[in-house]
Design a protein around this ligand. Sequence first.
Ligand SMILES: [Zn+2]
Length: 469
Amino acid sequence: MKYVFMLLFVFFSNLSWAQNKVDVLVLYPDTVANVLGNNVAVQAANFINQGNSAFTKSNINIQLNLLDSVQISGYSNTACNSSVVSSLETNTEVTNLRRFHKPHVTILLCDSPTNNIAGNANYPSTVGSGGAPKALAVALYSHAYTFAHELGHILGVGHGKISGSTTHTGVPISTSMGYGVADNYRDVMTYPNAFGNAVQYLFFSNPAIKTCIGQTNTTCGTNEYNAAGGIPTVYTNYVSKYKSHWTNLQPTQLTTFKFDIPNPIGSMKIEMIYPTRKLICNPSYAAQIYSCEHKTFSSGQHIFQITGQGSTWKYESGVCQAGTDASQKTCAYNVTVADHNKTILMSAKYNGPPLPETTITFNANFNILGGGSTSLSLYDNGLKLCEFRYSWNESINTCTITLPRSNARLELRGSVLDRFEWSDHINNNYNNYGSCDPQDDSNYTPSLCNINNLNGTPMTKTFSVWVYD
Ligand SMILES: [Zn+2]
C-alpha cells in the first residue's frame, strides 16, 4: 500500500478586492513576426505582466488578462501612429478577431515609430465605427512602457505636463494625468519634454502612495495629477461595457487547419504563405510536438508550404513529396476554403530512406522495498520493445534493443513504478544522469516516462528503479 501525503497550502488574499478585469487581445503583423519569431506570445505576456505590476504598484484596481496574441495580414504599413489605429476600426480581419475573442481592449504591436512616437491609442468613448467600441491602440513591439502607456490612454489617462504651461489632461476626467518631478522621476504617461533629465518609471500617478519608484517617501501624484482617482471611474463607465458589444454578436465561424503528424522525423516546417498571415509549425519528435492548429478567418485560397527531409506529406487525396534526401526540399499545397467552420486535416508520414540504427543495452536494477512484484517495459512510439520483470520467482534485469532510428523517443511504463533514475554507462564512464517521476500509479495503471535525446551512439544505460510496494 502506498501512502501519499499531501500538504495543502491555501492562500487567502484580496478576498474583498474584486478585480476590475481588462481582457486584452494582442495583434501583430508579419513584420513583427519576422523580428520576434516564436517569441511574440512571450513578449505579449511579458507586456501584460509589466502592465499589471504598474497597476499594482500604483494601488489601482485593474487586472489585465491576455486573451490571445494573433498574427494578422494586411498590415505592411505598421507605423505606430493614429492612422493605423483608425484603420483597425474597419479592418475585417481585426473585427472578426474581436468578435471571436470579445476583448475589452485590442492592441496592435507596431514596429515603425514615427517622429519618436512609439504608440497611439483612443481615449474612452462610447462607440466607434459600426457601433463597436474603439478601445484600440498601437504600441511598439519592443517596449513594455509604451504598451502600458497606451493602455493608460484607453483608461482615460492624459500625459500631464508636456512643456511650460501646456498640459494634456485626461479624458473625460481631466485630473487623470501623468505626473513627474523635473530632473528626478516621472511616470509612464509623461513626455520627457517637461521634466529635464527625469528617469521614467513604470507607475501611474497616485497622490495616496509614496513607494512608486521603489523608495519609501516619494510624492507619486497630487490631487491635480491623479490617474488612480480617474481610472476606476473610467473603467466603470466605459471599459467594463466594451466587451458586451462583442458578447451580443454571434462569433464568426472559424476554419481550422489541423496538422496531425504521427511520426515526424528530423526537421520539418509547415508554413502558411498565402494569404500573408503566417503559421509556422515545427513538428518534432524530440520535442514531442505532433500536431498544431491554425485558425483563419477568410474563405478563399490558402497556400501551405512544407519544408522537410525524407518525408511524404499527404493532404486529403493529394500527395506531396517533400524530399527524399538530406537536402531541404519544399512543396506547396493549394487549399481552397469554400466556407467557414471547416476542419481540414493534414497528415504526414515518414517514407524516406533507412535512418541510422543504434543499439542500446538497458540494465535495470530493482530496489524493491517491502516485497511484491513489478514489471517495467520500454516502448518506442507505442511499440513494446522489451520488458523487465521482478517477482518472487523471476528476475529479468537486462534487455538489448535495436532502435529503428537514431533519434527515437522511448517511453518507460511500469505496473507499480514509483520512480526511476538512469545513467549512460560506457567504458566505466558514467554520464548523462537522468531521472523521472511518473504519475502516481497506485491503481496499477501504467506509468509513463519519456527518455529523450538518444543520440544514436551505441551505449549501455543503467536504470535504478525504486519501487515502493
Ligand atoms: Zn500618449
